[in-house]
Design a protein around this ligand. Structure first.
Ligand code: CP
Ligand code: NVA
Length: 292
């Protein structure tokens, strides 16, 4: 039976541990003989722009022996030019997998329901599971454990925050989340505390994570959000409350001077480029598991 990654919950704790081990091995050795995608074409269906996700998926697919086909919003018109069920069933006739970046999470669920090849969520309004996998693989590389660590997430309770919370729960990593009132994540998990005070959330944190205040699709709210989030900027003043050696994380793209200051983003404790690099390795590991 085909397996999808539509949301973090599609992976068990055991599968996440296995994925991290495979990612570590692929990163260290980049074996030339392991080609789980040999002779497979993978469709990349993107309704929104992307740098990291598109390039790491395309590169990863090539490295695993497959061929990516990128389909831009103009090409398909998911649910507009053609119904999602028809797109999913047609693509399944020709390709071995679908990676999709969509506005509405329901679109990725529908793709998964109608496709008979694996479907991978490359970001929806609710989740960004591949980002979370790369992020917690990065944390694991740094600490070799999740036990006793405190990850603070400051900003918008958005798709990146949701997937991070869900994967943190799987990995038993404690999270403290500070958002303005009304911008809390719309899920709760056992290992996460939801707060509205950034100083309280960041206190003694080992890792501090932030993301843009205005996600793709929310652009009409940008001005209002700039005002609402102004006390949630990750800057050196706020970082005084975290552990001095804490790591700084951001999924990128970043808006310097909004959710994070340039000096914090470029500081020696920033591991944002390691996160970005690990998108490639984590996604290759995911393919290796889905195409065993
Ligand atoms: N972090 C991330 O998903 O980046 P892109 O939007 O550039 O793919
Ligand atoms: N929350 C951001 C993440 C971008 C990778 C967005 O959805 O636009």
């Amino acid at each position: 039976m085909k397996k999808d990654l539509l949301a973090v919950k599609d992976l068990s704790k055991k599968e996440v541990a296995e994925l991290f081990l495979i990612a570590k091995r692929l990163k260290q050795t980049n074996p030339k003989h392991e080609k789980p995608l040999q002779d497979k074409t993978i469709a990349l269906v993107f309704e929104k722009p992307s740098l990291r996700t598109r390039v790491t998926f395309e590169t990863g697919i090539y490295e695993l022996g497959g061929k990516p086909i990128y389909l831009s919003p103009q090409d398909i018109g998911l649910g507009k030019r053609e119904s999602i069920s028809d797109v999913a069933r047609n693509l399944s006739l020709w390709v071995g997998g679908i990676v999709a970046r969509v506005f509405a999470h329901q679109s990725i669920v529908e793709l998964g329901n109608y496709a008979n090849v694996p479907v991978i969520n490359a970001l929806s309004d609710l989740e960004h599971p591949c980002q979370a996998l790369a992020d917690l693989f990065t944390v694991y590389e740094k600490f070799e454990t999740f036990k006793g660590l405190k990850l603070a997430y400051i900003g918008d309770g958005n798709n990146v925050c949701h997937s991070l919370m869900l994967l943190a729960e799987t990995c038993e990593l404690d999270m403290f989340i500070a958002t303005p009132k009304g911008y809390e994540p719309n899920i709760t998990t056992q290992n996460a505390q939801l707060l509205n005070d950034p100083q309280e959330a960041i206190r003694d944190a080992d890792i501090v994570y932030t993301d843009v205040w205005t996600s793709m699709g929310d652009e009409a709210q940008k001005e209002e959000r700039l005002k609402t989030f102004k006390d949630f900027q990750l800057n050196n003043e706020l970082l005084k409350y975290a552990k001095p050696e804490c790591f700084i994380m951001h999924c990128l793209p970043a808006h310097r001077g909004e959710e994070i200051t340039a000096d914090v983003l470029e500081s020696k404790n920033s591991i944002i480029l390691q996160q970005a690099e690990n998108r490639l390795h984590a996604q290759k590991a995911l393919f290796a598991m889905l195409y065993k």
